[in-house]
Write a protein that binds this ligand. Sequence first.
Ligand code: ADP
Length: 768
Amino acid sequence: MRLKAYVAAVAMVAAAVAAVAAFAVPMRAGAPIYALVLLGGLIATTEAVQVRFYHRDEVDAINVMEGVLLPLLAVTRGWPLVVTAAVAVLAGDLLRRNNVLKSVFNVSQWVLAVSLGSLVFHAMRSGSLPSAAGVGALVLAVLVMSAVNIVAMAGVLTVAAGKRDANKGLALSGHVVGIAASLVIGVCLTATYRWTPWTLAIGFLLIAGMHLTGRSYAAVRADRARLEGLQRATHALAASLEPVDAIPVFLAEARIGFEVRAVQLVLFGERGTTVHTCAGPVDGEDVATYSVSVQPHALADVLADSLYEPAHLSAVGDASAAARELAAIGHQRALAAPLRSGGETIGMLLLFDHTGMEGFETGELTIAAALSRELVGFLQRVELLAAVEGERRKLTDILESTSDGILTIGADGTLTSWNAGLAASTGYTADEMVGTRHFGLLRPRDAAGRDVLIERWVEQIDSSTGMPQELQVVSSAGQTVWLSCSYSRIAGGEDTGDVLVVVARNITQARELERLKDDFVAVVSHELRTPLVPIKGWAQTLLNRGDRLSDDQRRTAVQSILAQAQKLESLVLNILEASRIEAGRADGDGIADVGAVVVRIVEDSLASRPDRVVRLRPAAVPCNVRGSAVWVERAVSNLLANAIKYSPDDEPVDVAISVDGDAVLVSVTDRGPGIAADAQERIFERFERLEETRKQTGTGLGLYITRRLARAMGGEVTVSSVPGAGSTFVLRLPVAPVGSVPTSVDATGSAMPEQRSKLRAANVVNLR
Ligand code: ADP
């Protein structure tokens, strides 16, 4: 609406000024008709072919209309001038098939321009045209016409497109160039006209030549803009390795560069076809829309099987499947470039509906081929990166999941990695250690206790001593941790120094066990030898002087031999049982009569230690438990032996059997030194012996075996103790089903329990 009003206003102003020009400037015998026709033809041609050439980066073309209007106003005047100009411009507009509004505007603005120009020209002119004043008037007339043109165009741009586009168009320098060109053409044509009007025919050649030049230049400009766009597109691929970032930019630039309505990148993948689409107006300033989806793409599928080089497609006048699919997705034309990798089509770049004016059709295919190669390269780089990333993640997972500690340390002593295994054994996390030179926090020392400066590994690794195989470090909790280390030096690149990789296995437990085993061997050999001395001594005495000994002395001798033999037997059985348990060969099936087993153990103990008092409180009911009688015997005899061993000789030991629900309890109570609360769990561990009872001989195996056997039978052994007042060990075993019969025992050479019990019936047993 505003545009129409504006055009109408321009038209009215033009009509008024034309009227003034037609009547104010008096008619004179003017140019011949054929000259007017020639001039009109020239004007119409100029309007129709739109001579266009651009100045620098300006977006608007420079027109030379003023140049061809100038001879008209120079050689004619009055209404023939106005009519010729109006008719000629209109004819040009009709040839261009401009719409009515545009035609009206063009006619009005040029009529206005030429009328004003004529008024100025004739007002200025004095003397004949070839004079200097005449040329000055021509210059002024061109300036006036250009001014009208500039003002009218600026007005139309402001009204039609709003403020933003009003900035577009020609800058001052562009206008100066345009005015100069028009002036040259106008003055030349006017001058040659004076020679003979037929020379105006040269004007046609001039306009045609300029038109062609302008077109070529426009094409070159368009190509340059396009190539720049394509360069930006390839740059997007080169600058990023993230498809999410690169592909939208690439498509947007390709769309602008190729001047197409929409661009699609179709990628065939194992998990379906991914379609990236960029569509929208071609104007560079408008934001095109980008979308990505996983969906079948019939056109790309058809093309993938048949197309190996970029090609143009058209939906019209083509019966091929591709043409049908192109029409089906609502496009007229397309440029399809297959993405080929290793003899396979991995995707398709599709450019839909060319919107650009200028040529480039043949060059497009070459550029599209180059772009598709860039895309393939990009996708391969992305894939490679993903593979490398995957490998790195795998490696990190391995590093993090391994229980071995792994660290790397740079040539300057900076820790560059610290895995979870190391964090677990030292208590220092990767966050605390990586990037620091704080390995010294762990106070590393070698096996001999000498400080080790891991940070200075570069000096040490090739020295005669090398790096220590075993390191002791102090954990964050202050505990000593032993690490068995292996070192490998990795040569660095040009700008990175060498790196030391340390694999550090936590051997604290193994070392501790080793130490305990060493102790154990020493203790066992001592324990095995100790009872042999009195056995040999008493046996010798009995042999040499047996007949001279009193009955009591002989009894003492035999009791001592028996006691020591029992100790030996117990020791050997414990060692055997321990190794059987460790090897997983222990078998605890069967039913054991706890009452009978306990009576026998108490009898045996008292036979060798008649000086001790053991008070036995049997259960009121038979107590059969599930498990091996040998195991029950081992467990109870270990508890009783400890009670006797660790309590004073004049204190009694109490053994009680009771039933508690579905469990049989055997409790052994002594009045010995007791066990400190913090040691009550520890004593059940292998080779564990308390400092305060070290004067008694022992191996640290008894309670360990007792607990393992109790648990193997589905029971447990626990201790409650008041230090200084004594301890009570309770062995809890699950009751055997009612009606089950105790199994006879033949293991480890023991006699059958029933027989042995009878054999020993006469022995003194303190029963209560
Ligand atoms: P050993 O008696 O051969 O040393 P055990 O495994 O039977 O080995 O016992 C482990 C440790 O537990 C003993 O060394 C001792 O320090 C402590 N201990 C066991 N029983 C008692 C007890 N009744 N009273 C005090 N301390 C005991």
